[in-house]
Design a protein around this ligand. Structure first.
Ligand code: NDP
Length: 600
């Protein structure tokens, strides 16, 4: 295949390798800094005034730790299953998780609302558009909490300090920074993978004398404007720099471009920007959907996004597009007498990806006026090496005379000083730096959540998982009875629509808890054998990790560092893919046998 610019496939591979090699760093994930010192406030909650309350000392049936979509969906599913006395605990001042913390201008989700927003039918919600903005997503999170009475007794603005199993009482003892002691029969932990802000380890970062903040704690007092995308009037006479061009930056840069006196975008690696094509949802059409539609849509999207077949593409977006190109190529090859082998899939994947990335680079040329800027904005890697982005205003921003791309050619910002930043020996004077540098991924669960979980016999979850996650279904951990982890790993591992994982986890956990209650069991725990069997099933998966060493570095591939067993386990999913997992887990929980769990 020859690309639009005349490059052939071998030359393209060479270019991808060269671009990756420029970006590989020996320090990998250690290049990032935790917010400390002058940046320590980035871990605080600027949105809610904490009101004093007396410490709570109580017994509860289920403590739900984390009130993002993971906790909310599990809480709602527990309630639907008839489980009572469910207590949400979160350090944020309200429910919503990442949608509580991220209020940067332009924040929205580019997974379609019809499938991204969980429990639309149960809450009677009509999304306003195909892709909806962050405030609408946050409102939906609140609606789930209200519909299922999850605000009742919720301990918000409450940071957990410890979760310790007590064998004598068969209870988890949860302590908090508000002096609480909650004794819970069951605990669910859904603290999310992407919420603790990290900063780039750029020399001199502490020296900057101007204003600086992280995208997840947008400082509207300084910028003016608001999360609704209003013009940030206070930036009109400011020279603003933004460091990072990931999915977050792509969404806020058009707003900064409109508002700032001058905007400097410091880029290390360009994102791939496909079209978004957003449109409003017609309420009449929505009303005509048949009961049970959301499950159908969820399965349709996941089937198509992971290479399966369906009569129609209900969501029809960039996620399903690439998967269908791969699938169609495999079908064409087999129809023409070829064999179905891993090599067939690899070839189909490479050809589809080359075609897609060629389109994405061609789109840059079509939109961006200045040829040098356009060249800098072209991504040279496979689409799924990084989070694919979809936006109809990002590339256009670079046509504004006040918006400047500062491409660091993969090296990143050299240094920061009191008055600005250095790149390629050139100094950029700045009034304000916005860090769009992402969130901690791959560090220990205790560091990201801020607390340790101590199981039976005194061992911590961090110790248990020192060599990688060990679970049954990503949920149950041996020696941690009555505790349920809510995430995506070691289960479906469906990255394109994270809440879908939570819906399934919620139904599964609710079924287990309801069964324990019906049986009068005080403890439920995965057997060591069942856990080991599940882990070896996952390890037998040759496709366990979609990123690979050829990819440009990022959090999808351990920043380009070798991935050992620990990293692979921490990113593993069901070998036959998400749809097979959802099918498997539905049968597992509805059989009533709960194979692998010990109820006593
Ligand atoms: P990311 O980790 O994706 O991006 C961090 C950015 O900072 C990268 O561009 C990185 O460059 C850059 N960077 C790091 N260090 C330096 C340096 N020293 N100099 C210059 N640049 C530097 O964080 P995001 O907040 O953008 O996104 C996190 C995740 O949140 C996404 O992957 C996605 O899962 C989710 N998200 C989803 C959205 C959606 O639905 N549209 C919107 C926003 C976020 P490099 O690439 O070279 O490492």
């Amino acid at each position: 295949m020859t690309m639009t610019d005349g490059t052939d496939r071998d030359a393209l591979r060479e270019k991808y390798r060269a671009e990756r090699d420029k970006r590989l760093r020996p320090d990998g994930n250690d290049q990032y800094l935790e917010p400390t010192g002058r940046f320590a406030h980035l871990l605080d909650d600027p949105y809610t005034v904490v009101v004093d309350r007396p410490p709570v000392r109580e017994d509860v049936n289920v403590a739900v730790i984390g009130s993002g979509f993971a906790g909310l969906v599990v809480g709602a599913k527990l309630k639907q299953a008839g489980v009572t006395d469910v207590r949400l605990i979160d350090k944020a001042g309200d429910v919503g998780g990442v949608w509580y913390w991220n209020r940067y201008p332009g924040a929205m989700c580019d997974t379609a609302a019809m499938i991204y927003l969980p429990m639309l039918e149960e809450t009677g919600t009509v999304p306003s558009a195909k892709y909806v903005p962050a405030p609408e997503i946050h409102a939906h999170a609140r609606r789930i909490a209200t519909t299922f009475d999850l605000y009742d007794g919720a301990l918000l603005s409450t940071g957990i300090t410890g979760v310790v199993w007590n064998d004598d009482s068969s209870r988890w003892i949860i302590t908090t920074d508000r002096g609480d002691e909650v004794r819970a029969r069951f605990v669910t932990v859904g603290t999310g993978p992407l919420h603790r802000p990290k900063l780039p380890g750029i020399p001199g970062i502490d020296e900057f004398a101007g204003h600086a903040f992280h995208t997840s704690r947008w400082d509207y007092d300084y910028t003016g404007g608001g999360p609704g995308g209003e013009l940030m009037g206070k930036l009109a006479d400011k020279r603003v720099g933004i460091i990072g061009t990931g999915a977050t930056a792509v969404q806020c840069i058009p707003h900064l471009s409109r508002s700032a006196g001058e905007l400097f975008v410091f880029q290390r690696t360009p994102s791939s920007i496909d079209t978004r094509n957003n449109h409003p949802i017609d309420p009449d059409w929505f009303a005509s959907l048949e009961e049970g539609w959301q499950k159908k849509w969820l399965l349709n999207f996941t089937t198509l996004q992971t290479g399966g077949f369906a009569d129609e593409d209900l969501v029809k977006d960039g996620w399903t597009d690439i998967a269908q190109r791969i699938r169609d190529r495999v079908v064409a090859e087999i129809t023409n007498g070829g064999e179905f082998t891993p090599d067939t899939i690899r070839r189909a994947y490479e050809e589809s990806d080359d075609e897609k990335m060629d389109e994405i680079r061609t789109r840059v040329d079509a939109i961006v006026d200045d040829a040098r800027t356009a060249e800098g904005l072209k991504p040279w890697y496979r689409q799924l090496c990084k989070r694919p982005c979809f936006h109809d205003e990002y590339l256009q921003s670079f046509n504004a005379p006040t918006t400047h791309l500062v491409d660091t050619d993969g090296k990143g910002v050299e240094r920061i000083d009191a008055t600005g930043v250095w790149v390629g020996g050139e100094h950029y004077d700045l009034d304000c730096i916005v860090f769009a540098s992402g969130f901690e991924v791959g560090t220990e669960q205790s560091r990201r959540s801020g607390f340790e979980i101590v199981g039976r016999g005194g061992s911590t979850l961090t110790e248990r998982w020192a060599d990688g996650m060990q679970t049954l279904h990503g949920i149950h951990v041996h020696d941690f009875p009555n505790l349920f982890v809510v995430g995506i790993t070691q289960a479906a591992n469906l990255i394109s629509n994270v809440p879908h994982n939570f819906v399934e986890a919620g139904e599964t956990i609710a079924a287990v808890v309801a069964h324990a209650e019906a049986e009068g069991a005080t403890e439920v725990e995965v057997t060591a054998e069942a856990e080991a069997d599940w882990v070896s099933l996952l390890e037998g998966n040759p496709m366990a990790f979609m990123g690979n060493m050829d990819c440009t570095p990022g959090y999808y591939n351990n920043e380009g560092r070798p991935t050992g067993r620990r990293e692979r386990l921490n990113m593993s999913g069901y070998p036959s893919g998400p749809i097979a997992y959802f099918d498997y887990i539905a049968r597992w929980r509805s059989s009533g046998e709960f194979v692998g769990l010990d109820f006593r």
